[in-house]
Write a protein that binds this ligand. Sequence first.
Ligand code: ADP
Length: 379
Amino acid sequence: MKAITGTNLKLGILGGGQLGRMLIQEAASLDVHIHVLDPSADAPCAALATTFRQGDFRDYQTVLDFGADKDVLTIEIEDVNTQALKELQAKGVTVCPDPAHIETIKDKSLQKQFYADHGIATSSFKLIEDGRSLSEADLPCVLKLRTGGYDGRGVSVMRTKEDLDEAFEGGCVVEDLVDIEKELAVIIARNASGESAAFPVTELVFDPKANLVDYLFAPADVSPSAASAAKNLATKVADALNFTGILAVELFLTTSGEVLVNEVAPRTHNSGHHTIEANVASQFEQHLRAILDLPLGSTEVLRPAAMVNLVGAEGFKGPVVYEGLNTLLAMPGVYPHIYGKAETKPYRKMGHVTVLAEDLATLKTKVEEVKAAIRVVSV
Ligand code: ADP
């Protein structure tokens, strides 16, 4: 591998959103130059990348052209042209994560089958050719489209006969409905030498009304045995894949105390944003270290943290205004991250806020203060 600094090494990212932007922010500290491909001219990375190319990362020729002069390529979204990435890999470009892993992960049926083949604890499931063939005998269950779903879209909890009318058309995974006590996530980094380092477990707190993640906090409020089961499972998945880069592992802690893998993402993840302020190395720094095959950093916790997503408020669409940002900036231990998206729309991820405190009770109070202080609206 070439020396990583300055113009020696060209690192390309497919996708120019907030994950890429935070990677660039970390990369600047090591003088790693980053080149970005994204379809949108005003993507969050556009103003920060060493070079920015406007183009579709799902298009074969565009990805092939973009990658031709790069030493290392990575992604910040799974929906990329893996065929082009495989060809670039064959030509000697280092592609992390491996395009074969992206393919396994972005098809929920291949992903579940991978867990079954490797003895990785996950909910029981079956694969069906068409969601509409689901019958009453399958209820209750969770129906998931094999491909194309994200952020809960393409996932449907089926309890009653009436729910069957809403079944998706096309190939699906049918999962047993898990009795969930808590939803957890483990962000793990693994480099090409096989060294891995997991961050302490994150806990996701849901808004029961909106059924959306309200906020996250870490370390999770779970027993030491549940925390180590979660870490062990994440390590098992990363090792079984022989993965390189950051792998985000979403898990369920069941009401009977079992820990199951729900799904993984082959990239940096929302549930690891707090690591920027709360841990010695952040998930973005770890990703760089992992894909450049450098020694991994420490995942040690400096302070307990929570993370609140700043999403566009309902009823506002247009040029964005962060109402109350000055109030946030006056709060101690509160760190706003604004992604630089020009336009807001309802529920669009526009930024996040990390909150640090000495204990969980104080964190929860501060999270409520943060949520009350800021609103993402439009002019
Ligand atoms: P996405 O890829 O859209 O994030 P997920 O597979 O994470 O979809 O599912 C979204 C949510 O649906 C999960 O966070 C969880 O609350 C619920 N869910 C998913 N699978 C199951 C399951 N087998 N049992 C119970 N709830 C589930």
